[in-house]
Design a protein around this ligand. Structure first.
Ligand SMILES: N[C@@H](CCC(=O)N[C@@H](CS)C(=O)NCC(=O)O)C(=O)O
Length: 204
């Protein structure tokens, strides 16, 4: 039995999205990351970092949201809906998943926090400007990649798109001005319009 721990308004969203896309049978435990809920003895036993998300698959427990998605896809997407069969294409899924975590995630989160989420007095305009600036280069890279093809690996939506879009959705939520990146804008809209994304969005 698969169990995903973590509220949807967190990095657990990317796992809920994949679980929904693949139509897998799973239990959802909407554990919050605030208020110590991720640091109970039971939660620390499956993730000593005290973070969400966590995936339990029987006796096995996994943390790190991207690793969870790569595991779920490699193990359960045997029909290759989103997980390509070709090892070269799989390499590109890894590439985009690591790329978005290392080149984009921290700055996208900082923009979201300092533009929309934190109470006004806690927002830092300098931080917002710095991280908006940092994002210019990777956003241009992503936009250019999408000029050559509709989805990151070609003609089909894959886990590369899901993992990348799950992070870029924060830029949309922050209402970042993305007009300089028209291909990226069209792509993220298509990703967020998917029924799987919407179902995951309706979770607690
Ligand atoms: N790199 C980890 C980050 C996990 C993480 O920081 N999760 C946040 C929620 S989105 C959390 O649990 N924060 C609690 C805290 O920092 O105390 C992943 O991608 O899963």
């Amino acid at each position: 039995m698969l169990t995903l721990y973590g509220i949807s308004a967190s990095r657990a969203f990317r796992n809920l999205w994949l679980l929904e896309e693949l139509g897998l049978d799973y239990r959802h435990e909407p554990v919050d990351y605030r208020g110590g809920a991720a640091e109970t003895p039971a939660m620390l036993a499956i993730n000593p970092n005290g973070h969400i998300p966590v995936l339990s698959d029987g006796e096995q427990h996994f943390y790190e949201s991207m690793a969870i998605n790569l595991y779920l896809a490699a193990r359960y997407d045997t029909d290759h809906l989103l997980w390509p069969a070709d090892p070269v294409a799989q390499g590109h899924v890894y590439q985009w998943s690591f790329w978005v975590m290392t080149e984009v995630e921290a700055s996208a989160l900082a923009v979201l926090m300092h533009k929309r989420v934190l109470p006004e007095p806690q927002r830092d305009a300098d931080k917002l400007a710095r991280h908006t600036g940092i994002l210019k280069k990777p956003l241009a890279v992503l936009d250019a990649a999408l000029t050559e093809r509709p989805w990151l690996l070609g003609d089909q939506f894959t886990l590369a798109d899901l993992n990348t879009a799950a992070v870029l959705a924060w830029a949309r939520a922050a209402r970042m001005d993305l007009t300089a990146y028209p291909q990226l804008t069209a792509w993220i809209k298509s990703c967020m319009a998917r029924p799987g994304f919407r179902r995951a969005n309706r979770k607690r």
